[in-house]
Each structure stands twice: as C-alpha cells, then as structure tokens.
Design a protein around this ligand. Structure first.
Ligand code: FES
Length: 179
C-alpha cells in the first residue's frame, strides 16, 4: 500500500489511511496540524481561572460529625453528616440535592433559599447581614425563618438542624437591578 500522501505524517495514519475523509476535511486537518506547529512560536498563551468548585465539603472526622437534614420538594428527608464550617449550599450540592446556588455563594441571588423548620435553631444562627436580607426579599415563598443556604455555616450549636427546600426559587441576581 502506498504511503499516505500527507505532509502531517503524525496525522496521516489517522486522517489519510484509517478514515476516508473528504478532501476538505483533510485540508482542514492539515491546517489545524500546521497551526499547532507554527502558532505557539508567535502567539501568547492565556491562562484561565478554573471555575470555582461547588459542593466542595470536607469529609467529617469520625466523632466530629454534625448532622443536618434537608427536606426536599417531594418531602423526602436527607440526613447528612457534615463538618463544622461547611455551608448549606456546599452540603446540598455535594449531596446532589436540588439547590442551584446561581451566584456561587456570593450572596447575590436567592437560589439557595432554605427554610429553617425550627425557630429555636433559627435563633441560634448569627443574624443575617444586610446583603442576605436584600436577597431574601427576592426569594420565592419567604418565611420568618428563611435563610440563604450559602450564608449558613454549620457549627456545633446547629447540630441537628432541619431545613426545607422551597418548592420554587427565583433566579434573580443583584446585578439584575444595577443600571
Ligand atoms: Fe446566591 Fe447563595 S448562592 S445567594
């Protein structure tokens, strides 16, 4: 069999022998190959900031677990062992619960809205900051014990917390209101 007539020898095996590519495709393949050889010498490379990981939680150390229970939209309960310092948005996302967290936990939306089922637990939490209250005002189905999941950090005092996920969330962000 004749050697493939392909300048890009490395690609020849792929593009010219094993796959009967159209001549346009072959030309394009060659162009990509040549640009990968030539361009690095005359272009700058750019780095991108990796997307923030969501739902990243630290596995609790044995004996130091705290527990939080989520009640989802279908009234199913999910009791989860968490570590001190985990926030409810990360816990929910790490456990595939339906909590959007559109702003990535920066207190600029209301899609991590949770309803604390027990007033006593609600009172143990630090008061919400103004930013959180502003976003809560946009939340669908706001209650007296509503909080933003990304702003609630687990502590020993909150061990046994139960929160309900609202039936709907409103995906409005703070930026939607800037002129
Ligand atoms: Fe947007 Fe919590 S994820 S406010």
């Amino acid at each position: 069999m004749a050697a493939p007539r392909c300048i890009a020898r490395g690609l020849g095996r792929l593009s010219c022998v094993s796959t009967p590519l159209s001549s346009t495709t072959t030309r394009l393949t060659h162009a990509v190959w040549w640009s990968s050889r030539i361009l690095p010498a005359c272009t700058r490379t750019f780095a991108t900031t990796p997307a923030r990981l969501h739902g990243h939680v630290t596995p609790p150390k044995p004996g130091e677990e705290l527990h939080v229970t989520f009640i989802d939209k279908d009234a199913r309960t999910h009791k989860i062992a968490v570590s001190k310092g985990d926030n409810l948005l990360d816990v929910a996302q790490a456990n595939d619960l339906e909590m959007e967290g559109a702003c990535g936990g920066s207190c600029a939306c209301s899609t991590c809205h949770v309803i604390v089922t027990d007033q006593d637990f609600y009172d143990r939490m630090p008061e919400p900051e103004d930013d959180e209250n502003d976003m809560l005002d946009l939340a669908f189905g706001l209650t007296e014990t509503s909080r933003l999941g990304c702003q609630v950090t687990m502590t020993k005092e909150l061990d046994g917390l139960v929160v309900k996920l609202p039936s709907m969330t409103r995906n409005l962000q703070a930026s939607d209101f800037k002129s």
